[in-house]
Write a protein that binds this ligand. Structure first.
Ligand SMILES: O=C(CO)[C@H](O)[C@H](O)COP(=O)(O)O
Length: 234
């Protein structure tokens, strides 16, 4: 079946970042449908060209895919830093700030991204927003016993919190860490992402949230016309 235009754009940016990889690199392997294109393309280069890399996966899903593709895996205990991490995103602002976590992997994704000298974000053009929060909620990963007080706190902060429920499971989504995810909706968008990120980080029971501010060094945007736009942090 032919790929949709959106899937073509995801594939294009995934293959673009895979082409930036050279032997010896230590990689952060992102989660989601766009990062999966990159993992598959890197796996192909490992098998066909003998490309020598190691990868740190950001989720169980990324780990399984990388294993299937033959990419050698290591942990953050094995490598002091990563040369390049790549990942998808749910929103990208003009300042290259992000919302991530549709796949509930944002906590590990943030840890991995912070260990990388270069953090390349892969999106199709539908993810570009003028104001963070206008396209999707901010995922907040919480200790299950803290879910109710965290939701009350989020309401006091002006958010509309929704506990994320499983699609093929009764009850809440459970993350790779055994935590839950509260999606904090901001119907008018987020006024001050920095202040929100700081406040979220101080709420007891919150493991981490999906605001990735000042972290992306590069954003590759797959456009509808098949072109790739490269945005870089100045
Ligand atoms: O943050 C993520 C997972 O937690 C994903 O990277 C993000 O949701 C983008 O996914 P996709 O490329 O499938 O649109």
């Amino acid at each position: 079946m032919p790929l949709s235009a959106t899937e073509q754009a995801k594939k294009a940016v995934g293959e673009k970042v895979a082409a930036l990889v050279v032997s010896g690199m230590r990689l952060g392997l992102g989660t989601g449908s766009t990062a999966a294109w990159a993992i598959r393309a890197i796996g192909r280069r490992v098998r066909e060209e003998g490309l020598q890399v190691v990868g740190v996966p950001t989720s169980y899903a990324a780990e399984q895919l990388a294993r299937a593709e033959g990419i050698p895996l290591v942990t953050l205990a094995d490598v002091e830093e990563l040369d390049l991490a790549f990942d998808g995103a749910d929103e990208v602002s003009p300042a290259l700030d992000l919302i991530k976590g549709r796949g509930a992997a944002h906590t590990r994704e943030k840890v991995v991204a912070t260990q990388a000298r270069r953090f390349v974000v892969l999106v199709d053009a539908s993810k570009l927003v003028h104001r963070l929060g206008t396209r999707c909620p901010v995922p907040v990963e919480v200790l299950p016993m803290a879910a109710a007080p965290v939701m009350r706190q989020l309401r006091r902060m002006g958010a509309e919190p929704v506990l994320r429920m499983g699609k093929a499971k009764d009850g809440p989504v459970v993350t790779d860490q055994g935590f839950w995810v509260i999606d904090a909706h901001f119907p008018e968008g987020i006024d001050d992402p920095q202040a929100l990120a700081m406040t979220l980080s101080t709420i007891p029971g919150v493991l981490d949230h999906g605001l990735f501010l000042g972290m992306a060094t590069d954003v590759l945007v797959g456009e509808a016309n098949g072109q790739i736009r490269h945005m870089q942090r100045s």
